[in-house]
Design a protein around this ligand. Structure first.
Ligand code: ZN
Ligand code: ZN
Length: 324
């Protein structure tokens, strides 16, 4: 679907755009991100097509190889940036941030974000930023690096009280020497562009300035759009672009441009296509205008009050832990 869209919008014809052929995720990375018991289980389900990865994540025949190539695509792209074959990459099928060491879940089989971080650490990177703006908390990825000050994860998501995966609370700021490097900001149902940009501007720039990432992995949050059928946020594509542009600038400012983008979730096909267009536009510098965005309503006083309170709480906890 994304490839057809990129052909229609002629992104693939630009001289600064190329397709990199993905390699399956290596066994050594697979064994670092998942337990042998879980890998065996995925393999068994894959052979028969029977059984489920998790309660919300059905299995199918060939799921093992499918997951290896979709997650491997992210690592292939990340490596292409490291080896200077590309400045930025976009892996449309990547962003499996709910998978953790012992299990998958939330439509995620193998955690390509964690695999990419391990791969980057092997190449000597010491400050890797995971900028996770998917509307769901990056709960799986968080488990791998919770005590690691070399990996900062910023996750903006819908309130875990009612939204899958029901964790990612503001108090969860990391452990040990990783305290302050795990940043969770959540939003009440119906939050729109204005409050989201407010929270972004208050929280993210000081963290970037402090951390000065050498590499950024970015999930742009197509499923935080007002037309997404599985979630309850009220963002337009304009804010998805706003965040993507800020993260892209940060990559150029701090990380020599090293930016890997993975789609993460997005359950309205049209929104997903527009999101891919916005990401490609930001990464390549070529124009793309999605259809006019009209959210159903604006942020009201109670949303503003809650977002301001949450933002203040993040600043109080995280900034003081980091000494910002
Ligand atoms: Zn999501
Ligand atoms: Zn750039």
């Amino acid at each position: 679907m994304v490839r057809d869209f990129l052909q229609e919008t002629r992104f693939l014809e630009y001289p600064n755009v190329k397709i990199i052929k993905p390699k399956p995720l290596s066994n050594s990375l697979l064994n670092r991100i998942h337990s042998q018991a879980y890998l065996d289980k995925v393999r068994r389900i894959s052979e028969t097509g029977e059984g489920e990865i998790d309660i919300d994540t059905p299995g199918f025949k060939g799921i093992y190889d499918n997951a290896r190539i979709t997650s491997g695509a992210t690592v292939t792209g990340i490596h292409a940036i490291h080896s200077k074959e590309a400045d930025h990459i976009y892996s449309p099928t990547g962003g499996f941030h709910h998978a953790r060491f012992e299990t998958g879940g939330g439509f995620c089989i193998f955690n390509d974000v964690a695999a990419s971080v391990y791969h980057l650490k092997d190449q000597g990177y010491e400050r890797i930023l995971i900028a996770d703006f998917d509307v769901h908390h990056g709960n799986g990825t968080q488990t791998y690096f919770y005590d690691d000050p070399g990996v900062m994860q910023i996750s903006f998501h819908e309130d875990p009280e009612w939204m899958y995966p029901h964790d990612g609370f503001i108090e969860d700021i990391g452990h040990g020497s990783g305290r302050g490097y795990n940043v969770n900001m959540h939003f009440p149902m119906d939050s729109g562009d204005a409050v989201y940009r407010y929270a972004f501007d208050e929280i993210v720039p000081p963290l970037l300035q402090f951390f000065q990432p050498e590499f950024i992995l970015f999930l742009p949050g197509f499923d935080a759009h007002y037309d997404d059928p599985l979630t309850h946020m009220n963002l337009t594509m304009d804010t998805i672009r706003y965040v993507a542009e800020k993260i892209h600038s940060a990559a150029h400012r701090w990380a020599n441009g090293r930016l890997g983008v993975v789609s993460g979730g997005g359950y309205n096909r049209n929104v997903f296509r527009c999101g891919a267009g916005v990401v490609m536009s930001v990464l390549t510098g070529h124009e793309y205008k999605p259809p006019t965005q009209t959210p159903p309503f604006e942020d009201d006083d109670s949303i503003w009050a809650e977002v301001k309170e949450n933002t203040q709480k993040v600043q109080d906890l995280v900034f003081s832990a980091l000494g910002i």
